[in-house]
Each structure stands twice: as C-alpha cells, then as structure tokens.
Design a binder for this molecule. Structure first.
Ligand code: MN
Length: 342
C-alpha cells in the first residue's frame, strides 16, 4: 500500500510499504482523509524528540473500518470513523488518575507508531470513534485539532461569561475561536502578525483582532479591559518570548493555557503569578474529547469546512508540504486524500 514515510529529517516521500498486520483488539481503517499539522512539519524537520524513523506520520484522520481484529465488538466493517491518536497504558500514575494523554508510556499514532498518512492503518478499537450519519469524512479528519482546542479550554476551567484572548491565528488558533463560540464564550480577541489570518479569525467569530506588528497588544487590551486584564489567555502562537506578556496581561484569577512545545526558557516573574493567583496549565493532545467534538460537529456548531483550505491526492502530498512551508498565509488545514471510501 502507499504511505507517506519520513525516513530521516528532511527525507520523505510517498512509498510502497507493507500492509500493517492487524492485532487482537485492533481495527483496520481505510484512511479517507488525513490532515497535515504543524507538528508533522516539526517531525519532517527533525524537531520532534519522540519520533523514531522511519515513520509513517499523520495523527488527524478519518476513514472506514475495513477489518475487525479478534475480540473487537461495538464496531462493524464499513463504519465511518475518526481516530483518536492517543494510546495510553492504563496503569501508570497519570492513567490511574484519568489523564491518559500524558501517560508515562504514551504512544501517539503518527509519532511513536505509524499513523494516518497511508491507505490503511491498524489502531486499537477503542481509539476509533464511529461517526454519525451525514458527517463528511473530510470534516471528521478535523476532530483531532478541535480536540486540542476543547482540551485546553476545559483545562482552563472556562466560564461562559469569560473573555478570551488567543495568541496565534493558525489552524489551532482558528479551531479555538470556533470551539470557544460553540461553548458559549462571546468575547474573543485574536492576535497574530498576518492580516489574512486575522480576517479569517473574524469570519469565524473573533470579536476583536489585533495585528501584533502594528499594535501594542498589551496596551490595547489593558485599555479595552479597563486595566483589569483578560481572564482566559491561550498561547497558540507558541513562542516562548510571549509568556511574560501573557502573564502580565492575565487578569487576577486568570487562567493561561499553553500549547507550545519549545525547549527554550521563558522569563517569568513570580510576583505577577502569585499576586494575581494565576493558573498556568499545559495542555497536550486530548483527554477523551473526541465524543464531545463529534457531537458539536454533527450539531453544526463547528464549521470544519471553513478551516479546510486544500484537499490533495496522496501523491501530491510532498508538494503540499512545500506549499505550507512557503505560503503559510495561503493555507489553513490541508487534507490528503488516501482513497478509503472517499
Ligand atoms: Mn495536529
């Protein structure tokens, strides 16, 4: 079968690879669509410490069940599914307290094991979520990025009346805008340095946008909030230099959600955190958020189609990667078609 394989940093291509063998408790999924994520780009550039090469990447995908492994019940051949990439051991400390997404022996499809940029992939049956009738598979490939947004907002213990500031209007920033609206958050500010992306954020429901290159974001929001600051701030720009400003801008009792994977230190002032009793939370992948995202998507509360900028055939995937690198302003979510009952 065909798969997108990264053999080493900067070495990738569509390859003919062996069809994966189906283990007990797993299902074989014929992949229909898989989304290219910023973290796939990091793997391609050798910037992911967890990945081992060669690797079939891709952790955002939907398709159709083709075969059931021994002992699988609750799914049938032909079921449309999307796949949660988080595989946890179930017995370590985080698993025991209900935090499997930070399992000590975490396996992420497309990172630690082969993922969705392939015609077929075998996944634990519990990771395959059956889709309701009528939900297009292309849109279902976006459940994973939406789960990132839902996970961080839940981690921040948002209240519907809270105002929200999002740093970054890339795909994750945009999923956050949609998710926040779907959850009843009405006052949403987005900051970025690209006007095109900010325009998209407004279309999707941001109530205020600020170009960080032209505007002093801190001063503007201090004024807009009467000096109080913002209760909910998510860093989806993921630049370590932003954190001091984020901490200054948070209101007393504010909650800050961090999504970046940088190893570069950030300078923090303890006083700012303690005097305002801020909560800083890291959010990694998602903790069982797929069912809720699927429900919101099926109810029309999330507009996945608006996030998809390109759909390409699998053989065009290397070209699509180049496009994302050269023209980030022209791309949102790029989906790769693998042919599984598209
Ligand atoms: Mn992703």
């Amino acid at each position: 079968m065909k798969a997108f394989q990264v053999r080493a940093p900067h070495e990738f291509s569509i390859e003919e690879v062996a069809v994966p063998t189906l283990a007990p408790g797993e299902v074989r999924v014929g992949v229909a669509y898989a989304g290219i994520c910023g973290s796939d780009m990091h793997i391609i550039h050798g910037q992911n410490a967890f990945v081992r090469f060669p690797r079939v990447t891709g952790h955002e995908f939907a398709g159709v069940v083709r075969e059931l492994g021994a002992g699988v019940s609750g799914l049938a051949v032909g079921d449309p599914v999307c796949v949660d990439p988080v595989i946890a051991c179930g017995s370590c400390y985080p698993c025991r307290i209900g935090r499997p997404n930070v399992c000590s022996r975490l396996q992420v499809l497309g990172v630690h094991r082969d993922g969705g940029f392939s015609e077929e992939v075998c996944v634990p049956a519990a990771n395959a979520h059956r889709l309701p009738p009528g939900l297009p598979l292309a849109q279902a490939a976006l459940v994973e990025p939406y789960s990132i947004a839902l996970n961080v907002l839940e981690r921040m213990q948002f209240l519907p009346g809270d105002s929200l500031l999002i740093y970054g209007a890339g795909v994750i920033g945009l999923t956050l805008v949609q998710m926040a609206r779907a959850l009843g958050i009405a006052d949403i500010t987005v900051t970025d340095v690209l006007d095109d992306r900010l325009a998209t954020a407004r279309t999707l429901g941001a109530t205020r946008t600020l170009n960080g290159r032209e505007t002093n974001v801190e001063a503007a929001l201090r004024e807009a909030t009467g000096g109080e600051g913002v209760p909910l701030i998510v860093d989806a720009a993921c630049h370590p230099a932003l954190l001091p400003e984020i901490v200054r801008l948070a209101s007393p009792a504010g909650r800050i959600g961090l999504l970046g994977f940088s190893a570069t230190p950030s300078e923090l002032v303890q006083l700012e955190i303690i005097k305002k009793e801020l909560t800083l939370v890291g959010s990694r992948l998602n903790n069982g958020r797929f069912p809720r995202v699927i429900e919101l998507l099926a109810a029309g509360k999330l507009d996945a189609a608006a996030l998809i900028s390109h759909q390409v055939a699998s053989q065009e995937m290397p070209g699509a990667i180049e496009l994302i690198e050269r023209h980030p302003e022209q791309t949102r979510k790029v989906l790769v078609q693998w042919g599984g009952n598209v």
